[in-house]
Design a protein. Structure first.
Length: 470
């Protein structure tokens, strides 16, 4: 029987463990912080639970335009207040329950679980350190899935009370009077959106010209417009270089000499991989200049028999990608049929209000001439269901190859973009054409109808003709 040892119990680790056990391996998983890793305990599950609560407040704020009243109150939100302590208790309770469910599933599949830390001792042994001491685990196959840790600025060290990382936000018992969010990437934008919806005064410090610089430019522009319209303050082209606590306030100093003051500060300035001190270099596992483990498309590292998955590889910081990397590692190492990781088929979502969902090629790649593709963008405000729901912001964009009409990418900006992107994800994966997508039935009225409509607009259009309809 093949001995498989996995260091890290996040999506890359626990999904690999399930596949490894399914394929007949003797699997041991070493995890010290809790099963599910950061994705379940401090990142994805908690943050999206918080965002789900914020979405309810966003919906209520739009109720007035739909003709809904509560007694003599002008706005439904006037009848509610946010009990952040209760919100965060629920957030952490759900995260804990999800972690417990993962543990039960792993034990049921015969995976041995060790609560502790692991490090490589060469390529054929992992040393697990627990409260009881050390245990040497023989390993024919090893998977590194150790994740990342929030990056800290030297002059803005989190104290867990006023200056916070996103893993510490769930300790708050009351809504911040004024929350300064440093960093306008996905994490910063999501938390800024959520706390703004919950009623906090939010200041978003962005080093770029607009929020979400890594996303579709038109989509990011829509989100920034919604943020500003809702009362959020956005400091563009502003780089934070220090933060300090002064009494009951936090002062954030900007590189241009300005400063901004709030009650709390969230530092969302990226992550660093958890790859130091675990024996990688001694085992021949190469890392890049930022410390991320180098892997190929089947999750192999540079050391024989050692694989890696998840955020510690720096490939694509998504739980879904981590899970797929872990599965691919087991399929490959245990001799099952496997295809290489194809990032062109990955769908991703930013859980702001509205959400941004993407799959396949991007507008930036098309504009740079890296791929020859046609595109059409259809605003959502023309959609009948959107009008019924009071949705005025958002769009659907589809990219296709000019000769064959094969769909190669898409963008959806909408309140439920994470659900709507599925049809485009399937289309990209299956190499469907715009005509095939257009000829599929959609419910009327529905937001998904705009996806089929966008596909119809790409029917038999040349590049010259297309410019007239954009």
């Amino acid at each position: 029987m093949t001995d498989v040892v996995i260091i890290g119990g996040g999506p890359g680790g626990y999904e690999a463990a399930l596949v490894g056990s399914q394929l007949g391996g003797s699997v041991t998983l070493v995890e010290g912080r809790g099963l599910g890793g950061s994705a379940v305990l401090t990142d994805v599950v908690p943050s999206k639970t918080l965002i789900a609560t914020a979405e309810v407040m966003t919906t209520m704020r739009g109720a007035h335009d739909l003709g809904l009243r509560l007694g003599d109150r002008d706005e439904l939100t006037d009848a509610f207040h946010v009990d952040l302590a209760a919100v965060n208790e629920r957030v952490l309770r759900l995260a804990g329950a999800q972690s417990d469910d993962i543990g039960e599933r792993l034990r049921a599949e015969g995976v041995r679980l060790i609560e502790g830390t692991g490090r490589l001792d060469g390529t054929e042994c992992v040393v697990a350190t627990t409260d009881e001491g050390e245990e040497r685990l023989p390993a024919d196959i090893t998977l590194i899935a150790t994740g990342t840790t929030p990056r800290e600025l030297p002059d803005a060290r989190p104290d867990g009370e006023r200056i916070l990382t996103w893993t510490q936000l769930y300790n708050l018992r009351a809504l911040p009077a004024r929350l300064i969010v440093v960093g306008s990437g996905v994490t910063g934008a999501e938390f800024a959106s959520a706390y703004n919806a919950l009623g906090a005064d939010v200041v978003l410090v962005s080093s770029r010209h607009q929020v979400l610089p890594g996303e579709d430019d038109e989509a990011a522009r829509v989100v920034q417009h919604v943020f500003e319209r809702s009362g959020m303050t956005i400091l563009s082209r502003a780089r934070a270089q220090a933060a300090r606590v002064v009494g009951d306030e936090v002062v954030v100093e900007l590189a241009d000499g300005r400063s901004v003051t709030g009650s709390h500060c969230l530092m969302a300035v990226g992550s660093v991989p958890n790859t130091t001190g675990i024996g990688l270099s001694e085992a021949g596992v190469e890392v890049d200049d930022r410390g991320f483990v180098k892997v190929d498309k089947v999750s192999r590292t540079t050391a024989r028999g050692v694989y890696a998955a998840g955020d510690c590889t720096g490939v694509f910081a998504l739980a879904s990608v981590a899970a797929m990397q872990g599965r691919i590692a087991m399929w490959h190492s245990l001799g099952d049929a496997v295809g290489p990781l194809d990032l062109r088929t990955v769908c991703a979502n930013v859980f702001t209000a509205p959400e941004i969902a993407t799959v396949g090629v991007s507008q930036a790649e098309v504009d740079a001439g890296l791929i020859n593709a046609l595109a059409v963008m259809l605003p959502l405000h023309t959609n009948a269901r959107a009008k019924m729901r009071g949705i005025t912001d958002g769009f659907v964009k589809i990219f296709c190859l000019p000769t064959t009409g094969i769909i190669v990418g898409g963008v959806v900006v909408a309140p439920i973009a994470s659900e709507l992107i599925e049809s485009l994800s399937v289309a990209v994966r299956a190499k469907l054409t715009v005509d095939q997508l257009a000829q599929s039935f959609t419910v009327y009225p529905s937001l998904s109808g705009s996806i089929a409509e966008a596909a119809r607009r790409l029917h038999k259009h040349s590049s010259a003709q297309l410019g007239a309809i954009l």
